[in-house]
Ligand binder design. Sequence first.
Ligand SMILES: C[S@@+](CC[C@H](N)C(=O)[O-])C[C@H]1O[C@@H](n2cnc3c(N)ncnc32)[C@H](O)[C@@H]1O
Length: 390
Amino acid sequence: MNWPARQQQLDQGLLAVRELWHPQPFRELQPAWCKRWPALDRHLLSLSEDESSWFNDNSEAALGLLSDFLPSLADIACMARLPQRASQPLARRRSFWDWEIPGRKREQIEAFAAVARGGAYPVLDWCGGKGHLGRLLALDWQVPVHSLDVDAGLCAAGAVLARRAVVDQQFIHADALRVEGWPQFGQQVVALHACGELHRHLVRQGVARGVAALDLAPCCYHRGVETNYQPLSGPLELTLTRDDTRLAVTETVTANGRETRLRDQALAWKLGFDAYRRQSGDGDYRNFKSVPDRWLRASFAEFMQAMTCRENLPPASARVCVEFEAAGWQRRHAVMRYSIVRHAFRRAIEVWLALDLAVYLGNAGYAVDLGSFCPRQLTPRNLLLSAHLS
Ligand SMILES: C[S@@+](CC[C@H](N)C(=O)[O-])C[C@H]1O[C@@H](n2cnc3c(N)ncnc32)[C@H](O)[C@@H]1O
């Protein structure tokens, strides 16, 4: 795969339709694209609740829907589609390796290990938590493993598990962003869901120190981004704000019915509060701090009381609360449907971010592979970037 060419195409493609994915429907009563593509606007607003949820949770399907109105988007769908990485069964998996790992996490780790190739180099498990991945690789690849994490409790619990499994695994209790001496020349570094700057720092340090190989499943790309994302691979046309970067990780394929209902209610209530604030002020959207969960478990009137007090607004009477709760649910209908447009580009933005790492590693002399290591139902953060010195 020619990763730099793919990166350039996706960069240009996303830039050309920034007006679709950049505006946040929560903040804008009617995104500007509604006027430019009124047929799309009408179609989205006519979608049922089930259809709306489906498209919001499936960016590829959403991009397909949008392509009916803007045929050029089909190219972005192609560029955002990455192959599934080849996997091979684990050679020496033991039945006891997975003590104390929740089911979904165990499956993610096994899928990661089945795709990453190793055995030739000592391993560093970056931000490894209790070192479950490192423990499996120590067993399967028969190599010494170091697992590094900032949480002393996780390191201690991991060391107990390593002794029980009789594997060659040491724990390093350290801050990955400050640690001296890791990663090391000639190591293979693995990182499953190291967030934002933790994985970017690893990629930069890995190249600087000459790691032999690197297998990384990135997540939470926005962590550590202050205002705009700073590409590692060099200047690109597209600028992603922190919120754009966060768009890559906003889907919730693992939500159950109750969680979905709570999420819907939270959105409607926040929109109800936003409508009240717009009416009490100049009509523009204004940011507010995150809302504590317990406020969203009370009644709407109690929620409004807490919010108006915190945000220095006049209190809302019981009658006004009824009015703005209804307004919130009504706006939620449109916001959910307009969000389909933004969410359609979620995977494309994620692939753009992953390509930045891939091209950086390629420029540094590594042979690179990038694709999914498991179905997105297991984890939506299912991209695995592998690099080895060629
Ligand atoms: C999403 S978890 C992934 C853990 C493990 N790789 C897994 O997949 O089970 C992220 C891990 O990063 C660790 N972490 C967060 N900040 C860190 C830092 N500054 N240095 C090292 N580890 C850090 C957390 O303690 C946590 O264990």
